[in-house]
Design a protein around this ligand. Structure first.
Ligand SMILES: Cc1cc2nc3c(=O)[nH]c(=O)nc-3n(C[C@H](O)[C@H](O)[C@H](O)COP(=O)(O)OP(=O)(O)OC[C@H]3O[C@@H](n4cnc5c(N)ncnc54)[C@H](O)[C@@H]3O)c2cc1C
Length: 486
């Protein structure tokens, strides 16, 4: 142990000699904010490396590999799973300062550095009449590097897909510090293994992204939003299937269960339907050319009428905002039901959604905890929010039992334990439900081949970690302050 820490001190001294004190920070004040991500699970580590260029990234990885120092790459630190927390110490490699964005209008591509904030990419693309659809609710803060590492999703995945669907090429560094590029500024390649796609969603365990080429689309001319109310959650989820089977292709199809609507209407005070409150909802948006949108609108209203549903369409921007405010406000309002939230992001196949709705009812009854649930219904990707009081040990135990039941059930229903947040630390205990021994062995073999010394983001995905054993930091993060769409 002593030899290991001596060697790490020597490695850090060498890194300081190469990059300087300004880039390699060892003081606690600089290090603390990067000692945790949005999971607020903090771990001590040796140095924060503030990378300004590829040279800094290469130097860090080469030394880390030579001295076997753990490295955790970091974007904005919005990950909810602990994937960005340096659980094994070592160095945190902050690439958020590398944030250049270039839009190539003629090619409909964006060439970006990893620290580019997703909202900035969207804004720059929009200024050229182009569109980058992936829209995680954290988009004002999170970086494209983090989105690629977690294969982030969002509301518009219903029509457009996830981050993976917009990444044409990646450049960066292997854990050994060697430079690699998977693809280029072209739209297709069939040149050996597609390691680009292996990196996407690997949670920073297989390489460090320093540049990405993103596919852009023409900006949709218009959007139209309709809110539809249901008698119960089951009916709402059955209507999702009906809508999709009818061939409609909404850009957004968000479900809010009765509890989530309760949070928005009763706690946050959003007024949605006169004389019709506390009903489960579907919030549906279509986008496109006005002519196409006219057809979508007709089809959607016919669908609502055919099913005998109450609906409210937004005729002005102000009305659209009122409808969306229900979705925006329900998440923050949930804290009136408990001071702690486990925000899961499970996926169930479309055909199992009705069974899932019934299961959720039973789960809440069994564990006697409120579990407001909303999410991306077209993808079957639901945020089950298990609310409890952190200081009440017995409630914590119930919340823990509920998550375990939930994870086992979604797998039994043919789904999976994460649709967009990833595994990080928080979901490692449930990997055994989602992946069999052969699958885990294959993943370990890939990790070993690309990272023989196991230096890159160690302790994530594979080793079971008990998040309940650690008290989260009591800090307010920038994205905790304003109501945000999650
Ligand atoms: C309020 C809120 C709302 C959210 N909403 C959504 C949502 O709608 N959809 C969704 O998918 N997620 C959502 N998230 C989760 C989170 O924002 C995403 O996982 C996001 O992709 C993380 O980006 P980041 O820049 O913060 O990455 P970080 O948290 O810094 O890092 C996340 C992971 O990426 C790795 N990483 C970061 N940069 C690189 C790089 N350059 N190369 C290799 N690996 C790298 C890290 O090592 C880590 O494993 C939300 C989070 C919050 C707090």
């Amino acid at each position: 142990m002593a030899a290991k820490s001596k060697s790490r001190v020597r490695a850090t001294n060498k890194l300081v000699a190469q990059l300087g004190e300004r880039k390699v920070r060892r003081d606690e004040k600089s290090k603390y904010p990067a000692s945790f991500d949005s999971s607020k699970l903090s771990f001590s580590y040796d140095a924060l490396v503030v990378a300004r260029s590829e040279v800094d990234v290469a130097a860090t990885l080469k030394l880390a590999n030579a001295f076997q120092v753990p490295v955790t790459t970091r974007g904005a630190g919005t990950s909810l799973t602990g994937s960005g927390s340096p659980i094994k110490g070592g160095w945190v490699l902050d690439v958020s300062r590398m944030s250049r964005i270039a839009i190539h209008k003629g090619k409909s591509m964006a060439v970006v550095q990893p620290g580019a904030v997703v909202q900035d990419i969207q804004d720059k693309a929009a200024a050229e009449g182009l569109f980058y659809p992936p829209d995680p609710s954290s988009l004002k803060h999170c970086t494209i590097g983090g989105n690629i590492a977690c294969n982030a999703g969002g509301m518009r995945c219903a029509k457009y897909g996830v981050t993976r669907d917009f990444v044409l090429a990646l450049e960066g560094y292997l854990p050994t510090g060697e430079r690699v590029s998977w693809g280029g500024e072209y739209k297709k390649f069939a040149t050996g293994y597609n390691v680009r796609d292996l990196w996407i969603g690997s949670e920073g365990t297989l390489g460090v992204v320093t540049k990405a080429v993103l596919r852009l689309l023409p900006k949709p001319a218009r959007t139209w939003t309709i809110l539809v109310a249901f008698e119960d959650d089951l009916q709402a989820l059955q209507a999702v299937q009906d809508l999709l089977l009818a061939g409609m292709n909404p850009s957004i199809l968000e479900f809010l269960d009765r509890n989530s609507v309760y949070c928005a209407e009763e706690i946050a005070g959003v007024k949605l339907f006169k004389g019709l409150s506390l009903k489960p909802l579907l919030l549906v948006e279509f986008d496109g050319h006005p002519n196409a949108l006219r057809d979508d609108k007709k089809q959607a209203i016919d669908w609502a009428k055919r099913l005998g549903l109450a609906y409210r369409e937004a005729k002005t921007e102000a009305e659209t905002e009122v409808l969306w405010s229900a979705r925006r406000k329900c998440s923050g309002a949930m804290f009136a039901l408990g001071d702690a939230k486990i925000n899961e992001d499970i996926v169930v196949p479309l055909e199992s959604q009705a069974k899932f709705a019934r299961f959720l009812k039973r789960l809440q009854k069994k564990w006697k905890l409120p579990m407001p649930t909303f999410g991306h219904a077209a993808d079957g990707n639901f945020h089950v929010n298990i609310m409890y009081h952190r200081e009440v040990a017995e409630e914590r135990q119930r919340a823990k039992g509920a998550v375990d039941d939930l994870m086992q059930k979604v797998v039994a229903l043919g789904g999976t334990i994460s649709g967009e947040h990833g595994i990080g630390l928080a979901k490692t205990p449930f990997m055994k439900y989602a992946r069999n021994d052969a699958e885990m062995a294959a993943m370990r073999a890939i990790k070993k081949a690309l990272d023989p010394n196991g230096i890159l983001n160690p302790g994530k995905l594979f080793d079971e970690y008990e998040v309940w054993s650690k008290t989260p930091e009591k800090v307010v993060l920038p994205w905790d302050k304003k109501p945000i769409l999650k």
